[in-house]
Design a protein around this ligand. Structure first.
Ligand SMILES: [Mg+2]
Length: 258
């Protein structure tokens, strides 16, 4: 990428334009590789439910499959994922309420069961931090840049602890913060703008790092100085089309080792 390069500690350099003073990172897919944990938690939750219903209703057990994950749950809010998959199996459960226990045979109960399994996997050490991302964050901090995590996940604190990133950012705007401050989610720019404001950095002097198209759109809509697409799924063209200034396949590409 073009642009002046900011010196950062020792000999390594950040390959970022000189006007960038604040870095705003999405979490899932940018800093941490948590997609596999979500997929496994969904499969365990649904297979257990399907086995229970098969026994109760004397119907055949058909396991939750990989295509089910892609078609019905990936990227959707948790409750909607439960409803869409169960509908595909012609299974109807009462909606229930958000506080339902994980054992409840309700949509919210199943969603809560999935979240409990996901958090168990997180605390069992299942979170993988992308090494290139860790390198970039460490270098940026040693260069005196301000950093924030901006994610719709409500599990951000647990994931950051598991990834060894507790306290590594100057601000965290996650799903809980967004709800408390009534911030619209991505693709609206509100959560990124709130994070930049928390850092005391104007959007024009901040860079957004995102792997989701909705996140790239949010960065573009917020008028940020640099929008970096992180291409984890071979979709560089789509990231550029959504408004990315630069697309990298790993954040380590933005570090020039001395
Ligand atoms: Mg992401």
């Amino acid at each position: 990428m073009r642009g002046a390069e900011a010196a950062a500690g020792g000999e390594a350099r950040l390959r970022l334009p000189g006007f960038v003073r604040g870095l705003l990172f999405d979490l899932d897919g940018v800093l941490t590789d948590t997609a596999r944990l979500h997929a496994t938690a969904w499969k365990e939750t649904f297979d257990r439910l399907l086995a229970e219903l098969a026994e109760r209703d004397e119907r055949r057990f058909v396991a939750f499959g990989e295509s089910d994950y892609e078609r019905y749950v990936d990227g959707r809010p948790r409750d909607e994922g439960v409803e869409s998959f169960l509908a595909s199996r012609r299974i109807s459960l009462p909606s229930g309420t958000a506080g339902d226990p994980a054992s409840a045979l309700t949509v919210h109960g199943v969603a809560n069961a999935k979240n409990e399994r996901f958090l168990e996997a997180v605390s069992a050490g299942g979170v993988v931090l992308f090494p290139g991302s860790a390198r970039l964050v460490a270098l940026a901090r040693s260069a005196g840049m301000r950093t924030a995590v901006v994610t719709s996940s409500a599990n951000a604190p647990a994931i950051l602890v598991a990834a060894g990133l507790e306290g590594a950012f100057d601000a965290v705007v996650d799903g809980n913060v967004a709800a408390a401050r009534s911030l619209a989610g991505k693709p609206a720019p509100d959560t990124f703008l709130a994070a930049a404001s928390d850092l005391g950095i104007p959007p024009a002097a901040a860079a957004v790092f995102e792997d989701a198209l909705a996140g790239i759109e949010a960065g573009r809509a917020g008028g940020f100085g640099l929008v970096v697409g992180v291409d984890r799924r071979d979709e560089a063209d789509a990231l550029y089309a959504s408004g990315a200034d630069v697309v990298v396949s790993d954040l380590g590409e933005l570090v020039e080792e001395g």
